[in-house]
Design a protein around this ligand. Structure first.
Ligand code: PLP
Length: 442
C-alpha cells in the first residue's frame, strides 16, 4: 500500500501535469532529437520539466503562462537577472561593432584587468567557454607545470560535466589520475596527500561545495590544503565558478587563503557563455607566446565579444564590492529565517550554504561533508512541485542562488511559501523514503 508520502507526491504530480500541458507538449517534442529532451541534465526533472518562454528581472514565465519568482538564478550564472538593461546595452553596443573578428577585441584586456584587480590569486588570466573547460585547463596547466600526474579532488564535488565526483561515479570523466579525498576531513585527506605526495600535481577544491549541496568548507581545512600544497609542491586550485560571488574577491578573499590557480564561470561573463582560469604569473606565463618555450592554448570563442563586453559591464557597473557584500548579507538573513521556520515546525529540514547560495536538506543530522547527506529524492520532489505550485522556481535538488533583483518582498514571499509547505507536509518529512526512491532521478 502506498504511504502518505507517496500519495502526497502522486497528487502533487497530478496537479503539475494538469497545470502544464504546453510544457508537456514541448518536452514530448524535445525528446525526439535530444536525449531525454535536453542538453543539460540539471534542467531535467520528472514527469517533465517546465519550458520557459521568457524572463524579466527575477521572474520567469513558462509556456503555459505561469509566472515564477526565479530563486535559482540559472545555478548562479543569472546574478544580473533575465533582462538587465546594463548588460543588454553592453551587448547591443558590442554587437553594433560586429563580432567574430578572429583577432583581439577591445573588451578582453579590460575584463582581464578587472578580474585581476578583484581576485587575489589572479596575476594572469585566460578565458574559455565554460567552467568545465576552465577546470580542464587549470588541471592541464598544473600537470604541465609540475610534471606530475595525480590530482586530489573531493567526494561529492562537481567541477564540470567531465569532472564529477559524486555518487554514482560517471564513465565520462576525463582520464586524469584522480584520488578522491573527504571534504572537511583533514585526517583522511592528509593520509591521501602523504601517499601521493611525490606525484601530486594539483589539489582541486571548491571553497564551498556548490552543486553537491551548498556545504561550506571549514576555513581550517582549506588552510590545511594550502599548507599541504606548499609542502608537497602541488598547486592549490580553487574552483570559484560558483563561489566568486561571495565577496569582491570571492571566497579566497573572505578566507584570506590565496590559491595558486583559480577558475571562474557563471555570472562572471555577465550571463553569456563564459569560463576563465588563471593565477600565479610564473605558472600562467607558460601561455605567453612571446616565450620561446610557450605552450599554445587556443579557442575560437575564448574572447567572444558578447561575453567579454557583458562580463566587464556586469563587474564594473552592477556588482561593485558594496553590492557583493549586501547580496551576501541578504542570503545569510534569508537562510537564517528559513531555518527558523523549519525549527518552528519542528520539521526534519535544514538549509545549508553561505551568502546568496543555499540548499534545502530533509534531514535533521548536521551536514559537514557530502557523505553526511541522506538521499531524499521523494521529499525533494514534493518540495519542488509544491514550491512551483506556489510560484517559485528553484532547482529540483533544492538549490537557491539569489540574483540581484531578489529583494525583500521576494524573500518575504518565499519564507511564507516555505512556511505553507511545512504546514501542509511538515509531518511527512519524517516519513522514510520509499525503498526504491533512490532510482528517481534528482
Ligand atoms: N565548477 C563548479 C563549482 C560548478 O558548479 C560548475 C557548474 O555548475 C562548473 C564548474 C562547470 O561550469 P559550466 O557549467 O560552465 O561548464
Amino acid at each position: 500500500m502506498a504511504s502518505s508520502l507517496e500519495v502526497a507526491l502522486g497528487e502533487a504530480r497530478d496537479r503539475f501535469v494538469a497545470a502544464n500541458p504546453r510544457s508537456r507538449a514541448a518536452h514530448e517534442e524535445a525528446v525526439e532529437n535530444l536525449p531525454g529532451g535536453n542538453s543539460r541534465t540539471t534542467v531535467f526533472y520528472p514527469p517533465f520539466p517546465l519550458t520557459m518562454a521568457g524572463g524579466t528581472g527575477c521572474r520567469l514565465t513558462d509556456v503555459d503562462g505561469h509566472v515564477y519568482v526565479d530563486l535559482l538564478g540559472d545555478y548562479t550564472a543569472g546574478l544580473y537577472g533575465h533582462d538587465n538593461r546594463v548588460i543588454r546595452s553592453a551587448v547591443d553596443e558590442a554587437l553594433d561593432a560586429g563580432w567574430g573578428f578572429g583577432a583581439q577585441c577591445v573588451h578582453e584586456a579590460r575584463l582581464a584587468t578587472v578580474l585581476c584587480e578583484r581576485f587575489p590569486a589572479l596575476d594572469l588570466v585566460r578565458f574559455t567557454n565554460s567552467g568545465t573547460e576552465a577546470n580542464l585547463l587549470a588541471l592541464a596547466t598544473a600537470t604541465a607545470h609540475t610534471g606530475r600526474g595525480t590530482i586530489l579532488v573531493f567526494a561529492g564535488a562537481y567541477h564540470g560535466s567531465v569532472l564529477y565526483f559524486g555518487e554514482p561515479a560517471i564513465p565520462i570523466n576525463v582520464p586524469h589520475r584522480f584520488v578522491v579525498g573527504e571534504y572537511n576531513d583533514a585526517g583522511v585527506t592528509g593520509e591521501l596527500i602523504d601517499r601521493h605526495a611525490a606525484d601530486l600535481a594539483a589539489i582541486l577544491v571548491e571553497p564551498m561545495i556548490g552543486s553537491g549541496g551548498c556545504i561550506p568548507g571549514d576555513p581550517a581545512f582549506l588552510a590545511f590544503l594550502r599548507r599541504r600544497a606548499d609542502e608537497t609542491g602541488a598547486l592549490l586550485v580553487f574552483d570559484e565558478v560558483m563561489t566568486s560571488r561571495m565577496s569582491r574577491g570571492g571566497m579566497q578573499a573572505l578566507l584570506g587563503i590565496t590559491p595558486d590557480l583559480m577558475t571562474l564561470g557563471k555570472y562572471t561573463g555577465g550571463g553569456m557563455t563564459f569560463g576563465a582560469f588563471g593565477g600565479r604569473a610564473d605558472v600562467m606565463s607558460m601561455y605567453d607566446p612571446r616565450r620561446p618555450d610557450f605552450v599554445p592554448h587556443a579557442g575560437t570563442f575564448n574572447n567572444n565579444v558578447l561575453s567579454m563586453a557583458a562580463g566587464y559591464a556586469g563587474l564594473t557597473r552592477l556588482f561593485p564590492p558594496e553590492t557583493s557584500r549586501r547580496l551576501f548579507e541578504r542570503g545569510e538573513r534569508l537562510r537564517a529565517r528559513l531555518n527558523e521556520i523549519g525549527r518552528d515546525h519542528d520539521a526534519a529540514v535544514q538549509w545549508t550554504g553561505l551568502g546568496s547560495m543555499m540548499t534545502v536538506h530533509f534531514q535533521p543530522e548536521p551536514i559537514v561533508a557530502p557523505r553526511d547527506l541522506r538521499p531524499t529524492p521523494v521529499h525533494r520532489e514534493l518540495f519542488h512541485l509544491d514550491l512551483l505550485d506556489r510560484g517559485f522556481h528553484l532547482a529540483r535538488r533544492g538549490m537557491v542562488a539569489l540574483s540581484l533583483d531578489i529583494g525583500t518582498p521576494e524573500c518575504d514571499a518565499f519564507c511564507s511559501a516555505f512556511d505553507g509547505f511545512l504546514s501542509r507536509y511538515g509531518p511527512l518529512l519524517s516519513t522514510p523514503e520509499p525503498a526504491d526512491a533512490s532510482r528517481t532521478p534528482v
